[in-house]
Structures are given as C-alpha cells and as structure tokens.
Design a protein around this ligand. Sequence first.
Ligand SMILES: NC(=O)c1ccc[n+]([C@@H]2O[C@H](COP(=O)([O-])OP(=O)(O)OC[C@H]3O[C@@H](n4cnc5c(N)ncnc54)[C@H](OP(=O)(O)O)[C@@H]3O)[C@@H](O)[C@H]2O)c1
Length: 283
Amino acid sequence: MKIVMITGANSGIGFETAWALARRDYRIIMVCRNREKAEEAREKIIRQSGNQKIEILIGDLSSREEVLDIASQYCVKYKKLDILINNAGIIPGEREETVDGIEKALAVNHLAPFLLTNKLLNPLLNAEEARVITVSSEAHKAGKFEPDNLQLNIGYNSLKAYANSKLFNIMFANELAQRFNHTPVTSYSLHPGTVRTNIHSGGSGYSLFSFLLKLGRPFMRSPKRGAKTSVYLVTEPGIETLNGNYFVDEKVEDPLEIAFDREKCRQLWEISETLTIKWDKTL
Ligand SMILES: NC(=O)c1ccc[n+]([C@@H]2O[C@H](COP(=O)([O-])OP(=O)(O)OC[C@H]3O[C@@H](n4cnc5c(N)ncnc54)[C@H](OP(=O)(O)O)[C@@H]3O)[C@@H](O)[C@H]2O)c1
C-alpha cells in the first residue's frame, strides 16, 4: 500500500487532497499543527471514505525543531514514503519572524518543505517510485530571487513575501528533480487555481493583498476542484518523464524563467541548506 504524507491536510486544498486519496485507498499521514482540527478532519475523512488508515503527525512548520521532529517520528515508524505533498502554506500579514528568527512566509512556505523533504529522503529513496509534490502558485510570477534579501529585511510587503516563497517552491522542486535524477525520487510543483480556502482570511494580520483576495472569494474555485492537480500528480502513471516540471490544471506550464535557472536554483538550495540543515543564521 502506498503511503502519502500531506502537510496542512486539515483544511482547504490539503484536506480535499487527503480525502480524494483516502478514497483511492492510500495510507494518509496528515501533518497538522492543531490536534483538535486534525482529529476533526481525520474523522471526517474516515467517515466519508471508509478508509481507516489515516494518521496524524502534529507539528508547527514554522519551527525548525518541530519539522525535524515530524520527520524523525515518521522515520521511526516507517521505512518508506511513496509520496510527500508539501501543501501547507500561509499568506503572511505584517512582517513577522518565527521562533527561529526567520521571516514567516519564507519559513513556512519554503524552508519547512525544504527541510522536511531533505529529512525524509531515506524513506523516499526506499520507495519503488517516490514523488515529491510542492504546491506553489501563479503568484510566483510576482516573485524575485534576491539572495541578499531573502528575508525581506528591506522592502517587505505581504504579496512580495508570499510571491517570493512560491517562486522558491518551484525552484526547489526543479532543483530536487535535478539532484535526484536517476533515483526513484521525482519532483513536481503546481498551481491549484484560485481556490476558496482559509488562506485568504487574513488571519495573520491585515494586508491589502489579503483584503483584495477576500473580495474575490465568490469567483474562486472550490477546494475540491483546487485539489485536482495535486491528486493528478499522485495518481497519474508515467509522469516521471516530466520530472521537475510545473503544472497548472493537470498540464505542464512554463513558470517564470528564473524558476528553471540552474545556477539560481542551485544557489537557493545552498542558502536553504545553510538556514535549515547547517542551521547557520548569519545569512
Ligand atoms: N487558495 C488559493 O487560492 C491558492 C492559490 C495558489 C496556491 N495556493 C497554495 O495552496 C496551499 C494550500 O493552501 P489553502 O489554500 O488550502 O489554504 P488553507 O485552507 O489555509 O490551508 C493551509 C493549511 O496549511 C496549514 N498551515 C499553515 N501554517 C502552518 C504551520 N505553521 N504549520 C503547520 N501547518 C500550517 C494550515 O493549518 P491551520 O488550519 O492550522 O491554519 C492549513 O491546514 C498553500 O501552499 C497555498 O500557497 C492556494
């Protein structure tokens, strides 16, 4: 039986992805930060899918220590992981730093998937065919890779922080594909569409960006529809030839050119490694 780990599986696109895959009889590992919300979502998935193999791992992805803990808890229990869906994400409000002193969107949206994936490489490499799927956004097109201002100490705004982190998602997915070419691990990124979920509720503070998104809610697609490309990337046979690509509505699309710039992707990987695995925050 195939095992899928989904971050942010208690709500929105992550919940619908978990539900759709539970119906297809995958074993689901839901990574969530809130036990109560996670249990409620788990019960709903079990009730509606009939699949009992739904587990919860609790951890806050804004904390390096908790990301490490999620990975080590998984590795103690399981030897292989077939699919990792880096789905959890936030639209930040005012500039905020995590417990580790890192700008929040960079930490949750990019560094957490980077670290979690790296710490799960052994079980991923043990699978016959493993896929790492990273949920990005068309918002990446407003993003920039500025190695000297990755944490937006200069010129912060919410849209910039979100767009940059979503650009880094695609760069990371592409670099992962390059680095693990000729192994069982392949990697993909995607845009789910503009989807009616909690991410637009601006819970983490007011911003003009989240305000405009709230106004657009009636025109957005449903979370079920928003989960389709993630589910496609899990279930579609033979997509390995498209390793490293960016998908929109179940099709390969061209992201911003820089997202596939080999040198810049390599540079982002090395900086991310310094900020997480090597744990050197002097950058
Ligand atoms: N909705 C859209 O229009 C849209 C468009 C493009 C891309 N996306 C991407 O889609 C992904 C899913 O977002 P969504 O729209 O489904 O939003 P959502 O309903 O707000 O779901 C986000 C999930 O991430 C979790 N999460 C947030 N911060 C976390 C943290 N520090 N630690 C652990 N979990 C955390 C949330 O947990 P809580 O419930 O506890 O907050 C929730 O389960 C994101 O990566 C987003 O960038 C969304």
